[in-house]
Design a protein around this ligand. Structure first.
Ligand code: 13P
Length: 248
């Protein structure tokens, strides 16, 4: 089943998040073709969890602190997420890497999420400079190998990967479905190289993210190798998101 993940980033207040969660819940009541995951802000998470309770919508987090409890001012921990019923956690989003998050920390987060029984969504993607220089594949492969370092074969099957070219995020300039598709095939190959077992049955879904909207969502979802979408801005607008859900 295709996975559609809504990353609300810091676009919405608590009240707006509750209102949107209510709307999404209503129009996805009969949607069975997709797994839908909402990633609200940490502040909105508990209320959104209440709204989606009993529906097939799942709760995701935008980030997590990998350490166990303790003196980590301002951070949000794994136990909190688990208590709220979070099933998916984004790790290594480019907006966090931009703030200094290293591959090493991304790898720590990914393993901590797996250990807690939740599924990490490992975000990878190159800058425009790298894409232009023809080095995108190597760059993404390095990010994958670093992010998945020392993950067990068994755990690897619970990982989700999101390919989000940085230059396509929030720019209104998405990748072409053809180029995205080729990168998804490449990512599949890297995962198969890492693990002989992991990806025989496409256990590791690969999502596309970057300026997905109601007009292009269907084309991306039908592109070979694309197992779902990671959507930012368009997922925060109720009607736009409804069209996306209906578009494929
Ligand atoms: P946009 O859909 O706003 O381009 O954001 C993509 C993204 O970063 C999702 O994580």
């Amino acid at each position: 089943m295709k996975l559609i993940v809504a990353n609300w980033k810091m676009y919405l207040t608590l009240r707006e998040s509750i209102a949107l969660a209510n709307k999404v819940t209503r129009y996805t009541l009969h949607v069975t073709r997709y797994t839908i995951v909402l990633c609200p802000s940490f502040v909105a998470m508990e209320e959104v969890a209440k709204v989606i309770k009993g529906t097939q919508i799942k709760l995701g987090a935008q980030d997590v602190e990998p350490e166990k409890r303790g003196a980590y001012t301002g951070e949000v921990g794994l136990d909190d997420l688990r208590e709220l019923g979070v099933e998916y956690v984004l790790v290594g989003h480019s907006e966090r890497r931009r703030m200094g998050e290293t591959d090493k920390l991304v790898n720590q987060k990914l393993k901590a999420v797996l250990k807690s029984g939740m599924r990490p969504i490992l975000c990878v993607g190159e800058s425009w400079k790298i894409r232009r220089s023809g080095k995108a594949r190597g760059y993404v492969a390095d990010q994958l190998r670093a992010g998945l370092k020392s993950v067990t074969q068994k755990d690897l099957k619970r990982v989700v990967v999101a390919y989000e070219p940085i230059w396509a995020i929030g720019t209104g300039r998405p990748d072409t479905p053809k180029d995205a598709s080729e990168m998804h095939m490449w990512i599949q190959k890297i995962i198969r190289d890492i693990s002989i077992f992991a990806n025989k049955n496409r256990d590791v879904p690969i999502l596309y993210g970057g300026s997905v909207n109601a007009k292009n969502a269907g084309t991306f979802l039908r592109a070979p190798g694309v197992d779902g979408l990671l959507i930012g801005r368009a997922s925060t607008q109720a009607t736009e998101f409804a069209h996306i859900i209906r578009s494929a």
